[in-house]
Design a protein around this ligand. Structure first.
Ligand code: AGP
Length: 613
């Protein structure tokens, strides 16, 4: 939530800041701003709305200078308007700050500063940071020290970049709970919430840790821990392997469509080098040191939020089915409230695209406190989660830019089944030949997805037909409850339609009273052990005049006589079915969003990475 960036070097800061903000816009997009030091003044430009509007506004201002900061906002405190946009400033217009996170104790600090004569201009929690730095700067005259002292007074989560007109040769950045990456160029530094914003300048980076404060001048950098007197910290430099072109549209009208269509490849990338066909198992380098502990596991909790948590419903079933370990999905934010049995004989598996979701991170930290082994399925390399879990598995699907997750979703689901197979083989629950058969089916998935994607024009037609419907049901059973919940979330976030996902049988226990002729249901009815029961549910919906779009197995023509439309997915193992069934739902949500004129990649009120609780 919110993207921040700072640059100090020899080049003009403005284009670097604007390009960085454009790359990070998925993190929040209700307002944006930049502040640049030129000569002895700071010029700050802010705009309500998108970075493109800010860019236009900047054309009318003189913003020349090699030191600057920028921000793209997802509002927490104060409505989205220009006054509440960042950078926020102090009384004198000397100190400017871009902040990602929440200062929980901003009110008492603000009251204290108001008593001292400070004048506040916004409703944000952030503004208190600039005023407090101003206060310390009066006494200290050492800008980094003033920042450090101020940071020690805050409770909450923050990533900040701060500059001062009085100290034009220094930029200070710090993090506690919000991600921050320092890019190290040749006599230039860039610091940002996301690696994609750093890449246009350099691919040599340091992932800052909680408590780290980076003091940057044009020719040097120093990292210290602001919590303990500011002693210098050594941090490892890493080279980012991907290029910023991975975050380009590549001819597609939207990132969401590009990412949906890219799933054959992203699934291949997820499996690459990990499937051991002959052994009928899976290899995860990051888990090897924990083999002994995993053999003895008594329980696994799967923790995640949103889409990622729906994929955990697949992991839950698969781990129990293949590895015989009791497994339970837990909404990340609720895990800490449960007096669960998680202990040293348990593992917590966190699943997250961004690796920065605050609620999932809290679950990891709580599980650690209880002595559990912590594992993670994470897409963003170097993210906080990737660094905090004991054993990590990367998705390897590259940057996912659209706010609505698609390629990370199918990869998360597949990795959980791969993990279940790995555990099943490790614990002797799955024979080599059974494992070989599962691996072979996994290898067929990309081709299956390619086939489903060919039906996109049909789905486009369905989107036109149902574009006026305000409510939808999405239904499935067993593994496909996950697909139903995820399909419903896609319709809500992209098409702004009210959609409910649940088990097909659950419908009869109440929700069926809502079925009317303009409330379509999308029902996953594969030709599996539950087929006859699911087919009956379709009949029940039709008996009440509810339109039905059925998603069934190729070759099963029977449903064409009952349902209003039938979409086909290739035959696969039951546990792999939701990975295929979700694809038509993703496409339907996409085309409905387009039909309704919605901002597909940046739906209203959302941010891709939810870094506050
Ligand atoms: C996905 O479409 C959503 N935007 C959202 O539910 C997301 O999956 C959730 O916020 C979790 O994010 P994470 O995977 O980065 O932890």
């Amino acid at each position: 939530m919110c993207g921040i960036i700072g640059y100090i070097g020899k080049r003009d800061a403005l284009p670097i800041l604007l390009e960085g903000l454009r790359c990070m816009e998925y993190r929040g997009y209700d307002s944006a701003g930049v502040a640049v030091i030129s000569k002895n003044a700071v010029t700050c430009v802010r705009a309500k709305g998108r970075v493109a509007l800010l860019k236009e506004k900047c054309l009318t201002e003189t913003l020349e200078g090699a030191v600057g900061i920028g921000h793209t906002r997802w509002a927490t405190h104060g409505e989205p308007n220009e006054r509440n946009a960042h950078p926020q400033r102090d009384c004198m217009g000397d100190v400017f700050i871009a902040h990602n996170g929440i200062i929980e104790n901003h009110q008492p600090l603000k009251d204290h500063l108001i008593k001292k004569g400070h004048k506040f201009l916004s409703e944000t929690d952030t503004e208190v940071i600039s005023h407090l730095i101003e206060e310390y700067d009066k006494k200290e005259k050492d800008f980094p020290k003033a920042v450090r002292l101020a940071l020690k007074d805050f409770h909450g989560a923050f990533g900040i970049v701060v500059l001062s007109r009085k100290h034009p040769g220094v930029l200070v950045a710090a993090r506690f709970g919000s991600p921050l990456i320092l890019g190290i160029g040749k006599e230039e530094y860039v610091v940002a919430s996301d690696a994609n914003a750093v890449l246009p300048v350099t691919n040599r980076v340091i992932y800052l840790n909680d408590g780290d404060m980076a003091t940057l001048s044009g020719s040097a950098y120093e990292i210290s821990d602001f919590r303990n007197g500011g002693g210098t910290q050594k941090r490892k430099k890493t080279t980012i392997e991907w290029t910023s072109s991975a975050a380009e549209l590549g001819g597609y009208p939207h990132f969401m469509l590009k990412e949906i269509m890219g799933q054959p490849q992203s699934l291949r990338d997820t499996m690459r080098g990990r499937l051991l066909s002959h052994e009928g198992t899976v290899k995860f380098g990051g888990l090897e040191p924990f083999e002994k502990r995993m053999r003895a596991l008594q329980h696994i909790t799967l923790a995640a939020m949103g889409t990622a948590s729906f994929t955990c419903l697949i992991g839950e079933y698969a781990i129990e089915e293949l590895a015989g370990i009791p497994a339970k999905r837990e909404i990340g934010s609720e895990f800490a409230f449960r007096s669960s049995t998680v202990n040293a004989e348990s593992a917590l598996l966190a699943v997250s695209q961004s690796g920065e979701t605050a609620d999932t991170l809290n679950a990891i930290r709580e599980a650690k406190r209880r002595g559990a082994l912590t594992l993670g399925i994470v897409n963003v390399v170097g993210s906080t989660m990737a660094r905090e879990v004991d054993g990590g598995i990367y998705n390897h699907v590259g940057p996912e830019i659209a706010v609505a997750s698609t390629k990370a979703t199918t990869s998360q689901a597949l990795l959980q089944i791969m993990l279940a197979l790995y555990l099943g083989r490790l614990r002797g629950m799955v024979s080599r030949s059974e494992g070989q058969a599962i691996v072979a089916e996994m290898q067929r998935l990309p081709k299956h997805v390619e086939k489903i994607l060919k039906s996109k024009e049909r789905i486009k037609v369905l989107a036109k037909k149902y574009k006026k419907c305000e409510d939808f049901f999405l239904l499935g059973r067993k593994y496909n409850v996950s697909a139903a919940l995820e399909g419903a979330l896609k319709l809500k976030e992209c098409a702004y339609a009210h959609a409910e996902g649940c088990s097909t049988t659950e419908l009869k226990h109440g929700p069926i009273s809502l079925i009317v002729p303009n409330l379509p249901s999308i029902v996953v009815v594969p030709r599996d052990a539950l087929y006859e029961k699911n087919k009956s549910s379709v009949e029940e919906l039709k008996a009440r005049k509810g339109p039905v779009i059925a998603i069934t197995t190729e070759g099963n023509k029977e449903l064409e006589k009952i349902a209003d439309a039938v979409l086909y997915i290739p035959k696969t193992l039951e546990m792999l079915t939701p990975i295929l069934a979700i694809i038509p739902m993703q496409l339907l949500a996409y085309y409905l969003a387009v039909e309704r004129g919605n901002d597909v990649d940046k739906p209203r009120n959302l941010a891709k990475s939810v870094t506050v609780e």
